[in-house]
Design a protein around this ligand. Structure first.
Ligand code: PGA
Length: 264
């Protein structure tokens, strides 16, 4: 059974001191024995400080960005090996802010995805349609294209080693307060799993976790997680407050128990 992954993407919102404080609060208060996996994704420059706070807890560390190259003259970049060295487990690739504000393209995102996997880390590959694409009935075409392009050349072994997580984040739902309804999200998640099945076989596709992201908060987390193909949440704004993030993890605990009962 797929284990929920609840990850907090702190973006460029917190100072080092604030990041350490939030990490300390989470380390102290996150429910133990929770069936969901949790991760925090601070700014690159705060990874070390956050790592110190979550050492000896089950909370994992994620990075918001990575270089597509292994090493060399790439001023300002950080390699996957460097991230691994300081304890990073997950790396976000393809977040809509990087696609649409920074201008990262599918071929570049494919190189980043492969760089993360080659280093033995797990990629959280973000995909999602813009509002005009949804309104123009282009959602599945856009998502399908992003999945195929980003995963080109990614071997089945990487999937078998659970190095691939997908995050479906409709661009219109990020930071806007608009959440996809559980039904809208489930529809796209099922499409993504079917596409992963075409790439890796249906059995392997069943093992890949697909997170939902976009205005998730504790009030809507539980409902989203009751959907059969939603395997976790990528949380932005609501992950900046310890009580909200903990509430989301608690919702995952309840939904996880329900899911186990439903399946088991
Ligand atoms: P949000 O961001 O929860 O603030 O909408 C989600 C994300 O960008 O991952």
């Amino acid at each position: 059974m797929r284990k929920f992954l609840i990850a907090g993407n702190w973006k460029m919102n917190l100072t080092g001191a604030e990041s350490a404080r939030l990490a300390r609060e989470l380390a102290a208060q996150l429910p133990s024995g929770c069936p969901a996996e949790t991760a925090v994704i601070p700014a690159l420059v705060h990874l070390q400080a956050v790592r110190r706070e979550i050492a000896d807890t089950p909370i994992k560390l994620g990075a918001q960005n990575v270089c597509w190259e292994k090493k060399g003259a790439f001023t300002g970049e950080v390699s996957a090996a460097m991230l691994k060295e300081i304890g990073v487990a997950f790396v976000l690739v393809g977040h809509s802010e990087r696609r649409h504000i920074i201008g990262e393209t599918d071929p570049l995102l494919n190189k980043k995805t492969r760089a993360v996997i080659d280093e033995g880390l797990t990629v959280i590959l973000c995909v999602g349609e813009r509002l005009e694409e949804r309104q123009g009935n282009q959602t599945m075409a856009v998502i399908g294209r992003q999945i195929n392009a980003s995963l080109a050349g990614v071997a089945p072994q990487a999937v078998a080693k659970e190095q691939v997580v997908i995050a479906y984040e409709p661009v219109w739902a990020i930071g806007t307060g608009l959440t996809a309804t559980p039904r809208q999200a489930q529809e796209v998640h099922a499409f993504i799993r079917a596409r992963l099945g075409e790439l890796y076989g249906p059995e392997a596709a069943e093992t890949i976790r697909i997170q939902y992201g976009g205005s998730v908060k504790k009030a809507n987390a539980g409902e989203l997680l009751t959907q059969p193909d939603i395997d976790g949440l990528l949380v932005g704004g609501a992950s900046l407050a310890a009580d909200e993030f903990i509430g989301i993890v608690q919702a995952a605990r309840t939904a996880g128990t329900d899911r186990a009962v439903a399946i088991g």
